[in-house]
Design a protein around this ligand. Structure first.
Ligand SMILES: *Cc1c(COP(=O)(O)O)cnc(C)c1O
Length: 393
């Protein structure tokens, strides 16, 4: 049950529904490992792919199928595979795009575990990799080699909310015969459409805004049907990164309210960014919805809205950043994001502590940098909380 003409909010409530014979309103959770067959002949036909039913939940499951179809309808993708976490989705999308002897170009400002796959894991299997400043189009172009098969980026980036011009990078990749994988977590599926901008594969950590209430891990890879059939299908069957049907159901419930939450969180984040930008203890605010963002022109072209995250740099360095974090009453110290609860983290000592100080400096993370994920609390209370905590920073 999906209509391609529906607006996103309608798709997110009804898309992909597999209603059972009981006519339930809320999607059913098919918490089953296997499926039974009417006859040995039917089992044979299913294994041959001649009968369209389910076989085993490592391969496919009706609840996961609803989640995948709903995400495809939202993203404008032909096909998708849900995964147990965002990293399972990233690993699948990257590793299924290359083989030994191929070369990968990736933006250096990546989520820590994504960077580990590119910098550490891929070279172990004979895949060459180059990290570039994702904002520098010439750097992408100069990094291309005859064996370059894959470009990988995230935009906006974690935690400094830099953006990459996806259409321009996709054009360079197409010229080089390389595929573009975009980690679209920070933009959410509502604020940015990488496939429309020329990317080939989109990945999400559904753990973030898609769940949106801090409950379960999940992920998804979306692309065209041919690429998924030829590159992902067997990998998923035989390596088992499958999502639990219970978590798929939780994520479906999250999708129903995604537009409302992202709208509210983005509006609140914009108010908080404006408040912080005027505060004397704040050296810098990076927010994709503000006119003073260094790449405001690209944001206006490729994003439909700002962000639910705000990056700020305090004048007093690590001491001030810790004092501010410790003085907050409502905003919690946590490295997660996209939650209903507002969360703050100090990247240099948590999410990005494994990078060298030089590598952190290259992506704009200083000892005074804090990343704030804005939740669903009233923005008046959040600003008041930051105001009283800044007084103590
Ligand atoms: C959280 C995150 C991931 C990893 O997702 P998990 O669900 O935690 O495995 C990947 N990329 C980005 C940008 C993220 O924020």
């Amino acid at each position: 049950m999906t209509n391609r003409n529906w607006k996103p909010a309608t798709t997110l409530v009804h898309g992909g529904t597999n209603r059972s014979q009981f006519g339930e309103t809320s999607e059913a959770i098919y918490l089953t490992q296997g499926f039974v067959y009417d006859s040995a002949e039917q089992a044979e036909a299913r294994f041959k792919g001649e009968d369209a039913g389910f076989v085993y939940s490592r391969y496919a499951n009706p609840t996961n199928d609803t989640f995948e179809k709903r995400m495809c309808a939202l993203e404008g993708a032909e096909d998708a595979r849900a995964t147990a976490s965002g990293m399972a989705a990233v690993a699948a999308a990257l590793l299924c795009s290359v083989k030994a002897g191929d070369h990968v170009v990736a933006a250096q400002a990546l989520f820590g575990s994504c960077r580990w796959i590119v910098e550490t894991l891929m070279p172990r299997y004979g895949i060459e990799t180059t990290l570039v400043d994702g904002r520098d189009l010439q750097a992408w172009e100069q990094a291309v080699r005859p064996n370059t098969k894959l470009f990988f980026l995230e935009s906006p980036t974690n935690p400094t909310l830099e953006v990459v011009d996806i259409a321009a990078v996709a054009k360079i990749a197409n010229g080089a015969g390389a595929r573009v994988v975009v980690d679209n977590v920070f933009a959410t599926p509502l604020q940015q459409k990488p496939l429309e901008l020329g990317a080939h594969v989109v990945v999400y950590s559904a753990t973030k805004h898609i769940d949106g209430q801090g409950r379960c891990l999940g992920g998804i890879v979306l692309s065209d049907k041919k690429w998924i059939d030829e590159n992902l299908h067997d990998y998923f069957r035989h390596t088992g990164p499958s999502l639990s049907p219970f978590n798929a159901w939780t994520l479906l419930k999250g999708l129903e309210t995604l537009p409302l939450r992202v709208k509210q969180q983005t509006e609140s984040a914009a108010k908080i960014a404006d408040f912080l930008a005027d505060h004397p203890k704040v050296a810098k605010v990076l927010y994709p919805g503000r006119k003073d963002h260094p790449q405001a022109d690209i944001i206006a072209r490729q994003m439909k809205g700002g962000s639910t995250l705000v990056c700020l740099e305090l004048k007093g360095g690590k001491g001030s950043a810790f004092n501010l974090s410790n003085a907050l009453d409502i905003i919690l110290i946590s490295n997660n994001l996209g939650d209903a609860k507002s969360l703050i983290t100090h990247p240099a000592t948590t999410t990005h502590k494994n990078m060298t100080a030089e590598a952190r400096a290259q992506v704009g993370i200083t000892d005074g940098t804090l990343r704030l994920s804005v939740g669903l609390e009233d923005p008046v209370d959040l600003v008041a909380d930051l105001d009283q905590a800044l007084a103590q920073a």
